[in-house]
Design a protein around this ligand. Structure first.
Ligand code: C2E
Ligand code: CA
Ligand code: CA
Ligand code: CA
Length: 279
């Protein structure tokens, strides 16, 4: 038994080392990815349920690495967060997304659309985060009302007062804030009372099987009721079937996003799908 335990430990240690080496390798390449133009933004449309119109999109990062091929964000974002690289990456995404939306709203869209950008908790918790946003808006000339930031509950772990202060500054600027992956973490509902935010984005694990699962329906209903009572919009993500849309419509969800409507698309293709939706 002693021997077995030892072996287990060795295997575990080996795997740890491999994982670390892989992370280090990815980190080294990620560091140069921006300058080497290996990063690209994809855009996934958001559909407003009562008008059935596209009213915005989420910018999602893609890394096409000559070394590793296409690496999904779930793999490289955590590494970027561990190494602090995420600040540079998030800033790049923020600026590109704002610039693209500015261009689209000038030349392509028939009514103004908002762009949503994911902000890592590490980034949001920087002392002068609102200044970063302010500078990008100045630089790109995008109307602040056409920008929405998606932050997760982990952003609020500590420094509640500073969070509120930052959110209030963003609100004053006109920038929208959504709580992403809502319901997935362990955080309390306490902050919903105090935090000036605009919408809740229900985590896709609750949406995924909402047509088959009574518990999920109950949760989505309760979140929607809560959000509306608090004057917040409700967004559901991960919609893959028509049945799910019907249920969400009954429940009164405001906006939906998911493969059933469209996968995240590169710039050119987003323009095409947008045009097919305006009639
Ligand atoms: P997220 O912010 O929750 O983004 C939604 C994810 O769900 C995206 O994965 C999207 O492609 C995927 N998705 C959309 N519709 C469906 C659907 O119908 N079914 C399923 N199964 N999935 C769907 P993606 O693009 O791989 O991004 C994964 C995560 O990586 C994001 O989760 C976000 O946390 C992070 N991420 C992506 N881009 C950025 C970025 O620019 N900055 C930061 N900080 N994080 C990012
Ligand atoms: Ca998001
Ligand atoms: Ca999400
Ligand atoms: Ca997420």
């Amino acid at each position: 038994a002693k021997l077995k335990g030892r072996n287990h430990f060795c295997i575990y240690e080996q795997e740890m080392n491999q994982a670390n080496e892989e992370a280090l390798l990815i980190e080294n390449h990620l560091r140069k990815a921006i300058d080497n133009k290996e990063l690209e933004l994809y855009f996934q449309p958001k559909l407003e349920l009562n008008t059935r119109k596209i009213n915005g999109m989420e910018a999602l990062l893609r890394w096409k690495s000559p070394m590793f091929g296409n690496i999904p964000p779930d793999k490289f974002i955590p590494i970027a967060e561990d190494t602090g690289l995420i600040i540079k990456i998030d800033n790049w995404v923020l600026e590109m997304a704002c610039a693209q939306n500015k261009e689209w709203n000038q030349s392509c869209f028939s009514s103004p659309l908002r762009v949503a950008v994911n902000i890592s908790p590490l980034h949001f918790r920087l002392p002068n985060f609102h200044r970063v946003v302010e500078e990008v808006l100045e630089k790109t000339g995008l109307d602040p009302h056409l920008l929405e930031l998606e932050i997760t509950e982990n952003s609020f772990i500590d420094n509640i007062d500073e969070c509120i202060e930052c959110l209030e500054k963003l609100r004053k600027m006109g920038v929208g804030v959504a709580i992403d992956d809502f319901g997935k973490g362990y955080s309390s509902l306490n902050y919903l009372r105090k935090f000036p935010i605009h919408s809740l984005k229900i985590d896709r694990s609750f949406i995924h099987e909402v047509s088959k699962n009574r518990e999920d329906i109950a949760i989505v209903k309760a979140i929607t009721f809560l959000a509306h009572e608090l004057n917040l919009k409700v967004v559901a993500e991960g919609i893959e079937t028509k049945e799910v849309i019907d249920i969400l419509e009954d429940i009164g969800c405001d906006e939906i996003q998911g493969y059933y409507i469209s996968r995240p698309l590169p710039k050119q293709e987003f323009e095409t799908i947008y045009r097919t939706f305006i009639r």
